[in-house]
Design a protein around this ligand. Structure first.
Ligand code: ZN
Length: 699
């Protein structure tokens, strides 16, 4: 070997490491020749004078891709052992490509120079302490990098040229296959085709990817395996949300040929490791887009509509999707004063308000106002139903065909599953019947397989039965005609969910704005249609029940005049004598009077007459608790009078006050100085004490 004389006994006394590298598992599996040659390097080391037990092979990096050493444990191991100085020589098929990056190789060369380690490849032996060897290795490394670059450039250019003609073959999503001539066609398997088509149909009906997942509950979805032992095989599994998005967003299903939808970018993480991430490219930057390249499942326009719908569902980006609440304009209503969105605020008992969102952010304008959802929704729904009139028939017919389509899809999938199960069972039966009787072991296996297939067939048939049984019966043509004639009834029907109403609303109305309106009893609503036109309507704001604005002014005036002196009962009597009625046309009662008091801020007159005090006042004057006063009243020690509002009034004379004070002074409980006995050591639990009586003999 070239430069064999550079190997000294010192090198031979240390370990010889054979480093093996192969980028991918496919290369390892298919390029066995290269792998064999790499392993044969161990023999080369022995022939160069190393003892067989001193030769070690590092093959941990076989099948690992990447242009940096970060993920290759084998290369890191190699480096650390070279640094420790325990390696005499490193052998590789081509030393300049021992490492995939120049930086890694430079580091290895530097360490090898410092520790006197030789690098050996098929060209010869390199001693890095020799300047010529070091230079040659550096040149080779640079050239290999250049070679990679040029090769990659040529391959990429050829690839792009093929892609521009629409001829570059890429893995196809399930439901599309290459035919014998290499053309893209829809999958010949009807069950697969039906599954893919159903995703688009379910999305059109449900309006969301999660809706599609729900519609596929209990039903499996196919996936085509690429590469590996399962290459080309079809596997059925549960449909996930991620998978639905993949299908809906794949332009191949719209018959388009696309190249450059994704790019890979390199990033350096916090630990300094280089990572490769795949990112999606905006449509405007796709390198190749050929529409109508092959038969698809939807048209390009439908694909764009699906994309727009998905974007509208993307709440993380600020989209306001249809939610389940009853507020009809949720998500499309804006405040005309500050321009911000309005949100529905549910208050229970079927009541809700639209409120300006700025209030929560503290940016509310003085003219920002809310409105009860019911009032605004009714007005908007009326406008919508009026606008719908000419389209009633078309809508009902579309609904009918949608229902029929759903029926057919639901059973069609189950029918196809039965067909497939029957075919599998037939095949298993044929295999079993063809086996020679003497091959008993084989026959037993085939019989078990046949039985399993028959069980699967029975299950599939049962699934079909139940799918047929659980379907609701289709509405008759006459029922549909009635619906078509009476859309308002359908709109208000209890079976129509708020979501349905909102979707229908959003098909025609772009947004609703609550415009500023100086009259506080009215609300001005702006409606912008998708067609580009705009309407304005003014509605009466709903009045909360019992609001005194509705109270006729003579009655309100009377309550304001007399309210400070007359009690509620007296006022009711006076109002009745005048024959005044409330705004709702009912005679005044105490509650109605209380409402008027609250609005005009008229306090209830004190029930306590002159020369009287309330229990609270008495307690305050005497400096005792109201409980003491109540006790005296209960035990007949204090005179009281009940007022019209059932309040206790105590006639308060200087004599009464003196009597009370004397009673307190004599009480050992209230006046510790007068206590004749020692107080109880353990105070009674307050809960045990009767509320209005004191312990015997204390007062
Ligand atoms: Zn506002």
């Amino acid at each position: 070997m070239n430069g064999e004389h550079k190997i000294t006994s010192g090198h031979r006394a240390r370990t010889a490491l054979v480093y093996l590298r192969q980028s991918t598992l496919v290369q390892v599996r298919e390029h066995t020749e290269s792998t064999m040659r790499q392993y044969a390097l161990a023999d080369v080391a022995v022939s160069l004078g190393w003892a067989p037990q001193d030769v070690e092979v590092i093959d941990r990096d076989l099948g690992l891709s990447g242009t940096s050493a970060a993920h290759r444990a084998g290369f890191r191991d190699l480096m650390s052992r070279v640094c420790l100085g325990e390696v005499g020589a490193v052998l590789g098929l081509e030393v300049s490509r021992l490492a995939r990056s120049n930086a890694d190789l430079a580091r290895l060369a530097e360490m090898a120079r410092l520790t006197g380690t030789l690098l050996i490849d098929s060209d010869g032996v390199y001693d890095l302490s020799d300047f010529n060897d070091w230079l040659v290795l550096g040149l080779k490394s640079t050239m290999s990098q250049a070679e990679l670059h040029i090769m990659a450039g040529r391959l990429q250019a050829a690839k792009l040229a093929a892609a521009e003609r629409g001829e570059l073959r890429a893995p196809l999503p399930v439901g599309l296959v290459y035919d014998d001539d290499g053309m893209v066609v829809t999958d010949p398997d009807a069950e697969v085709r039906a599954a893919v088509a159903d995703i688009f149909a379910c999305f059109a009906a449900a309006g969301s990817a999660y809706g599609v997942v729900a519609a596929f509950a209990g039903r499996k979805f196919p996936q085509r395996a690429y590469g590996g032992a399962w290459a080309g095989q079809l596997r059925w599994g549960p449909l996930t949300h991620h998978r639905v998005l993949q299908v809906l967003r794949n332009p191949a299903y719209a018959g388009a040929y696309v190249h450059g939808r994704h790019v890979t970018r390199k990033t350096v993480d916090a630990d300094g490791n280089v990572r490769t991430v795949t990112a999606e490219v905006p449509r405007a930057q796709w390198k190749v887009l050929i529409k109508d390249h092959h038969p698809g499942y939807v048209t390009w326009e439908e694909y764009l509509a699906v994309e727009a719908r998905l974007a509208a569902n993307w709440t993380a980006s600020g989209a306001r999707t249809v939610r389940e609440g009853s507020a009809l304009c949720q998500g499309i209503i804006y405040c005309g004063s500050c321009g911000g969105p309005m949100v529905a605020n549910y208050q229970g008992a079927g009541r809700a308000n639209y409120e300006c969102h700025s209030r929560r952010d503290g940016k509310k304008a003085p003219s920002c106002r809310g409105i009860a959802t019911a009032a605004l929704d009714d007005a908007v729904a009326r406008v919508l139903l009026d606008a719908l009139t000419p389209e009633q028939v078309a809508l009902a017919l579309a609904a009918a065909s949608e229902v029929t389509g759903q029926h057919q899809r639901a059973t069609r999938a189950a029918e196809l599953a039965v067909e497939r199960a029957r075919y599998d069972a037939d095949r298993a039966e044929r295999a079993f019947s063809q086996v020679e009787p003497e091959n008993r072991l084989v026959a037993r296996t085939l019989e078990a397989r046949w039985e399993a297939r028959l069980t699967a067939l029975a299950e599939a048939e049962q699934a079909l039965e139940s799918a047929r049984a659980t379907l609701p019966s289709l509405p008759g043509r006459d029922v549909l005609a009635a619906i078509a004639a009476d859309l308002p009834a359908l709109w208000h029907a209890p079976t129509t969910t708020p979501r349905d109403r909102k979707r229908l609303l959003r098909t025609l109305i772009a947004d609703v704005t609550l415009l500023p309106e100086p009259d506080r009893a009215k609300a001005r609503i702006g409606i912008r249609w998708h067609a580009g036109t705009a309407d304005q309507l003014i509605i009466d704001r709903p009045r909360p029940s019992g609001i005194p604005a509705a109270t006729p002014s003579p009655a309100a005036e009377l309550i304001r005049r007399l309210g400070l002196t007359a009690g509620n009962d007296d006022l009711v009597a006076i109002l009745a004598r005048h024959g005044y009625l409330t705004g709702a046309g009912r005679p005044f009662d105490v509650k109605a009077v209380q409402w008027v008091r609250r609005v005009y801020g008229i306090p209830v007159p004190s029930p306590v007459a002159a020369g009287e005090v309330s229990v609270k006042d008495a307690a305050r004057q005497l400096g005792c608790s109201p409980g003491v006063i109540y006790y005296w009243i209960e035990t007949g020690q204090l005179e009281t009078r009940r007022s019209s509002g059932n309040r206790l009034c105590i006639p308060w004379t200087p004599d009464t006050e003196a009597e009370c004070r004397a009673r307190i002074a004599a009480s050992g409980h209230l006046n510790p100085a007068a206590r004749r006995t020692r107080p109880r050591k353990t105070p009674r639990c307050p809960a045990e004490q009767p509320r209005m009586s004191a312990p015997n003999g204390i007062i």
